[in-house]
Write a new protein. Structure first.
Length: 339
């Protein structure tokens, strides 16, 4: 099945499961470059959907953008893989790559249509099984099997069996299959709910190698926002319909979970007045921001002549000199309060 056919099937499955599927009408030149194929919503939850041909051959810029966007939007990625370097992805398995979960289309379909959740967590070097430790202990005791007896059958120590039962350690797939043979109850496999599973996403916000790739104009902006006391996250290429996101320090650190103002999404142009700038970037930026009920702005060079088409848009267009005159975050927020 081709990637395009997989995307169509995913869209159909999500709609049948009462998810709201959200697309952008990107220009052909940008199609497929974003870090998501679609955004989907159900209730207050937002998910980033993306299909990958090979999960062992990932574009690191795309992966980094997924992590950043997931963290900023308090959303979760739904990443569908076709294969790894050895074979097609197996059912009932979550593959971890770069701290992110990938599943097969079949697993995705099982979850949405039959509520059959995966129980295998596959990392490089081998997979582990999510067991219900309390149930394992109950079944073992009902079968009158001691920890010593089951440890000998499994070829592990009594302490390891205890770790399985208190879920501080997860067994390998091979060991889990032996446990199943002994206890004869598949319900010991704990389901991993893709839509509720909490996993940690990390990225280095101040990666020096990334900062060196910024233009002089962008480095100046970086310094201005640092002086104001705000956090900036830059995006390479065209992974998202904006250039950077802005937020308070507390938002990035997760200290202000109820903040409705951040993050802000911003486009950037350092073109001079004799250059023409299309409104496509601003249109995509506004659509993305409105989708998440967030504010957006567009930052331009001091000598940039704002086209009439831009003036008609309900979005602040700010010259860099106006930012340079700000002393703190409250001055910056005032732009939106006065709009």
């Amino acid at each position: 099945m081709t990637i395009e056919n997989i995307k169509k099937k995913i869209d159909l499955l999500l709609k049948e499961a009462q998810f709201e599927t959200l697309y952008f009408e990107y220009p052909t030149s940008k199609k497929g470059k974003y870090c998501f194929d679609s955004l989907v919503k159900k209730g207050n939850s937002v998910f980033l959907v993306k299909v990958f041909p090979n999960i062992d051959n990932l574009n690191q810029d795309i992966i980094e953008a997924i992590k950043k966007l997931s963290l900023l939007l308090k959303s979760k990625p739904l990443l569908i893989g076709m294969k790894n370097r050895y074979q097609n992805l197996e059912e009932n398995t979550i593959y971890i790559r770069d701290e992110l979960p990938f599943i097969s289309l079949e697993t995705f379909e099982n979850v949405l249509k039959s509520k059959i959740y995966p129980h295998i967590l596959a990392r490089r070097g081998g997979g582990v099984i999510f067991l219900d430790g309390n149930l394992m202990k109950t079944l073992r005791e009902e079968s009158d099997i001691s920890r010593k007896e089951i440890s000998e059958k499994l070829g592990v120590t009594k302490r390891t069996v205890c770790s399985y039962e208190n879920e501080s350690v997860r067994p390998s797939q091979k060991i889990a299959e032996k446990i199943l043979e002994i206890l004869e109850d598949k319900s010991i496999f704990r389901k991993i709910n893709l839509f509720e599973w909490n996993y940690k996403i990390h990225f280095n916000q101040k990666d020096e190698s990334q900062l060196r790739e910024l233009t002089d104009f962008e480095i100046n902006l970086q310094d201005i926002f640092e002086h104001i006391g705000m956090s900036t996250i830059w995006y390479k290429g065209e992974q998202v319909p904006f250039k950077l996101s802005l937020s308070s320090k507390n938002y990035i650190l997760g200290l202000d979970e109820e903040d409705k103002f951040y993050p802000l999404f911003s486009g950037v142009s350092q073109e001079s007045e004799n250059k023409k700038l299309t409104t496509m970037g601003i249109n995509d930026l506004m659509k993305f921001a409105s989708l998440f009920h967030k504010n957006a702005l567009f930052i331009v060079n001091n000598d940039f002549k704002i086209p009439d088409a831009f003036k008609k848009r309900k979005i602040p267009i700010i010259k860099i000199k106006n930012l340079e005159n700000m002393d703190n975050e409250e001055d910056f927020i005032g732009i939106f309060k006065s709009d």
